[in-house]
Design a protein around this ligand. Structure first.
Ligand code: MG
Ligand code: FE
Length: 170
């Protein structure tokens, strides 16, 4: 008898991903509330918060289909993501840059999590459940790509605002 079946490992992974997505919301929502001078970032954060709510719904539905009530989930704080969130919330002159870096790291953490979950679903012979996970993975790739494409322009804008003496640079 296996100590843990692939199905059990999958369920644990789904619950961890559920906690990760709630962590994502707790990182992005305060950023969206604070951002003033970077409407392009505000728009993208708003869109990704919407996507994240959909990702949580997908995870809920998968857990329900496996007869695991997601309402009984108690999301545990992931220490790594928690530390990144703390970094992101640091109130510093270069907050927008720190947040951009933290978001870039977080999206890649999510990409790794979904790629692993998809591999587990396939190993556990639950390929239908990998389909919604692939949809979430695509959204994480797109967000990571957007951040990658915007790191330089955000930095350049931050430099211009700082040199112009803008008091609020977030
Ligand atoms: Mg996500
Ligand atoms: Fe994400």
């Amino acid at each position: 008898m296996a100590e843990h079946t692939a199905r059990e490992i999958f369920i644990t992974g789904l619950k961890n991903a559920h906690a990760m997505e709630n962590q994502a919301l707790s990182i992005m929502k305060p950023q969206l509330a604070r951002v003033e001078h970077y409407p392009e970032i505000a728009d993208r954060l708003e869109a990704h918060i919407r996507e994240t709510n959909g990702q949580i719904k997908r995870l809920d539905e998968i857990l329900v289909s496996l007869s695991e009530s997601s309402s009984s989930l108690k999301d545990m704080a992931l220490s790594m993501t928690g530390k990144m969130a703390a970094l992101g919330h640091t109130v510093a002159g270069d907050e927008i840059l720190k947040n951009t870096m933290a978001n870039f790291a977080f999206e890649h953490f999510e990409i790794a999590a979904y790629r692993s979950l998809i591999a587990i679903a396939e190993y556990a012979d639950l390929p239908a459940l990998a389909v919604p996970l692939r949809a979430s993975l695509e959204e994480e790739w797109a967000m990571a790509k957007w951040l990658d494409d915007n790191i330089v322009s955000v930095t350049t804008k931050f430099l211009a605002l700082s040199e112009a003496g803008a008091s609020a640079k977030v």
